[in-house]
Design a protein around this ligand. Structure first.
Ligand SMILES: [Zn+2]
Length: 73
């Protein structure tokens, strides 16, 4: 059991959700910080570097409406 050993770096800088150290290492920036995660961004954008803090041309799912079916009526 290893509870409570997560570091602040294992959280998404955008939404604060927990991300695995492996995710931060693979997809994060060169300091292993995840700028976005699978909770707040799409896999396509993460694969293109959004989690590393890069500007990605793929529309942000939080901004692009109508794709997720999030009816706000
Ligand atoms: Zn996030």
């Amino acid at each position: 059991m290893s509870l409570g050993v997560e570091t602040p770096d294992s959280r998404c800088l955008h939404c604060g959700a927990h991300v695995s150290p492996a995710f931060a290492r693979v997809h994060g920036d060169n300091q292993d910080r995840a700028h976005r995660c699978t909770r707040c961004d799409s896999h396509i954008r993460i694969a293109k570097g959004s989690a590393a803090g890069l500007a990605v041309t793929v529309p942000d799912p939080e901004i692009a409406e109508g794709r997720h079916g999030g009816d706000s009526s």
